[in-house]
Design a protein around this ligand. Structure first.
Ligand code: MLT
Length: 263
């Protein structure tokens, strides 16, 4: 669908009129990472997944990327699909987008699921790593970048038990264009913190994190849990940064229980 001159690729499944759950993928993946969650929920809810601009099958548009722009895109999608209110579920960068959306548009959301994410801005070291990643992508290409990224994304046991998921993730990464990788890395490096806003969140919040998440570790989840009054925290076993793919059974149990408690 074309929304504000941008081609946005999305899926819309389940019953219209049912509570809506919107899934926001991480970087540099796409909406296909939510397939198992979509399957699990679509009988009882309206489930939306979409590709953030520059990812999957969505166009990149012109100009710089920013988390604020991604939030605008999300709200434009909700308006275009006539979704007044929804539960947001964001993984990593998807969580950054969800937390930013909450600051400005909290009346549009009923609840929040924050998976393998954090509220801090990039530290100087993290910024340096992004710049290095941009140089590497320019010099050695996307395939090599995918190879390096995968090493940090998964729990060690997933390298023997989740080969299909690893292959799927590699495909998602290499499907992303060089330009979009670079533009998103820049956007991530200048994103603002949302930690100081967490105490203002008054809706139900579930925080999930893979026990072996090296990118946004359990301590980052614990920090948000302590700040968001009444939130729930669950540490997912047998999972690294991609807990919904590495332990979908447990991930789905947790989100289903939480969503059922909201409505
Ligand atoms: C993600 O999975 O979205 C990224 O790891 C987020 C980040 O690099 O900060």
């Amino acid at each position: 669908m074309i929304i504000n001159n941008l081609l946005v690729s999305y899926t819309d499944e389940g019953q219209h009129g049912s509570p809506v759950i919107i899934f926001i993928h991480g970087f540099p993946f796409n909406k296909s990472m939510w397939k198992l969650q979509q399957e699990e929920l679509k009988d009882n809810y309206r489930v939306i997944t979409y590709d953030i601009r520059g990812h999957g099958n969505s166009d990149a548009g012109t100009g710089d990327f920013s988390i604020e722009l991604f939030v605008k895109d999300l709200l434009n999608l909700m308006d275009a699909l006539k979704i007044d209110k929804a539960i947001l579920c964001g993984l990593s960068m998807g969580g950054y987008i969800a937390l930013n959306a909450m600051e400005k548009y909290n009346e549009r959301f009923d609840a929040l699921i924050l998976s393998d994410t954090q509220c801090i801005a990039d530290t100087p070291e993290a910024k340096e790593k992004r710049i290095k990643a941009i140089e590497d992508i320019r010099k050695t290409g996307v395939e090599k970048y995918a190879e390096e990224s995968i090493k940090n994304l998964f729990a060690s046991e997933s390298f023997t038990t989740r080969l299909k998921e690893i292959e799927d993730v590699r495909e998602m990464i290499v499907k992303t264009s060089k330009q979009s990788l670079i533009r998103t890395l820049l956007a991530l490096s200048v994103r603002k913190e949302t930690c100081s806003k967490l105490t203002e969140i008054k809706m139900p919040v579930l925080i999930l994190v893979g026990k072996e998440d090296k990118i946004t570790p359990p301590a980052a989840a614990q920090f948000m849990f302590e700040k968001i009054k009444g939130s729930f925290l669950n540490i997912i076993e047998h999972a690294g940064h991609l807990s919904n793919l590495e332990n979908p059974g447990e991930f789905n149990i947790q989100i289903k229980k939480f969503i059922a408690s909201v409505y």
